[in-house]
Write a protein that binds this ligand. Sequence first.
Ligand SMILES: Nc1ncnc2c1ncn2[C@@H]1O[C@H](COP(=O)(O)OP(=O)(O)OP(=O)(O)O)[C@@H](O)[C@H]1O
Ligand SMILES: [Mg+2]
Length: 509
Amino acid sequence: MYESDPEILLEARHISKQFPGVLALNDVGFKVYAGKVNAIVGENGAGKSTLMNILSGVYSDYQGEVLLCGRPVSFSGTADAQRQGIAMIHQELNLVPYLSIAQNIFLGREPLNALGLIDFPQMKRDTVDLLERLHFDESPEKLVIDLRPGQQQIVEIAKALSLQAKVLIMDEPTSSLSEKEAGILFRLIRELTENGVGVVYITHKMNEISLLADYVTVLRDGCFIEACPMEQTSVDELVRKMVGRERKDFFIKRQHRLGECLLAVKDLCLRDPLREGKYRLKDISFEVYAGQVLGIYGLMGAGRTELMEALFGLYGKQVEGRVFVKGRQVKFNNTNAAVAEGLALIPEDRKTEGLVLDMSIEQNTTLASLKNFLKHGLLSFKKERATVEEMRSKLEIKSYSGLQLASQLSGGNQQKVVLSKWLLTKPGIVLLDEPTRGIDIHSKNEIYKLMDDLAGQGMALVVVSSELPEIMAVSDKIICLCEGRLSGRFERDEFSEEALLKAALPDKA
Ligand SMILES: Nc1ncnc2c1ncn2[C@@H]1O[C@H](COP(=O)(O)OP(=O)(O)OP(=O)(O)O)[C@@H](O)[C@H]1O
Ligand SMILES: [Mg+2]
């Protein structure tokens, strides 16, 4: 009944990949069809990124066979794979912070002029074209370090696009994009597939799977579970296959008894250092009580991250307005002052700001709370280990031991380590910026429960999330930001996706 399958551009057969202590892939097969979106789903640590790293030339030591247009190949590295038409947008950003957008895009393959020198005007024109396709309005000369994670992700996408690959692998490309930017990416994906490109798409967002996928492959614990056209399956069925067990109950928020007002913000403003007389945040006021979760919703660039950073003392004296902790006015001119008042910030960009890659899970987890493990001035390893083990099992951090290095964990499991680290500091006021980015649906629920427990213990939580269902599930009340201003306040019984989105969108007619 079905039209015969389209041409296979790239195929993995019987791939196994062993890391010290883990068999990351065990006899896995995967096909990339031309002109289709080929999705891969699976929980954190299932082996998705590892498989893609093999197909894009990152790893060359594996068992099994890779075929490109039916012919066996082995790539000597990523440059070799790129020459043969395979490009990958990595889950973790790989940009050089102190180079410009254009330099990053063309790094190592800069266009040359007749004299054999780098043709900067050409490079700039090509960059402008690429950025235009992505509706990204920045100068090609801007340094990558001055971009937010979402904007950096767009540069990664531009870089991959510039390779004009036959197979384009995207490993969680929307994890830090706004809904609008994700929409632009989806249109671009359609354009690419119409031109015969085989797109490989990895995501934890199941709505993206139903929207985009033509074919879908399920991996679980390094094993191939199934592959089929999306029209022959459903999201529920996929989730069941990913988890391999019945799905746990959905998270249901509890109502906690509210204590005192832990954090009150009055008319907070943040000046824009680049534009005279302009503000990045203007007249923001809110209160959070012990036992309460305040959600902050807004589109990217609305000022959500700036608000968290301003509260945490990262902008020092540029912040105007008043902040009260337990009714007492405070001034956070630096982060130490904020920490001393019991604040913790779990930042958006956890790879650079949250994790020491060549330390173990155990060391990373207790890094910020070591004083809690001192006994007569000595570190109690027993207590430390027991605590880490508890977090490791609660959050299901996939690893063979607490001594495993953070660099050897899958993306989602790294996020879980950073979360554990800050939660162990037992802050009074926790600021969480996109706490479940890159985390699979199963573990998301665990993190929601953990946040709910913290509120139950009398902490006040402020959570930024761009996922509407998430922010509505975890918050007691929500404020919306739009272009640096407060554009809506909602109590729990007033939550609806439409109302929140409407408040977050600029130019409301
Ligand atoms: N460099 C490495 N050294 C040792 N083990 C590794 C390394 N990279 C990955 N692993 C392990 O291989 C397994 C598969 O990891 P992989 O990154 O492929 O998962 P994933 O499906 O991409 O997960 P996520 O959704 O969290 O990104 C995990 O158990 C991980 O800890
Ligand atoms: Mg991954």
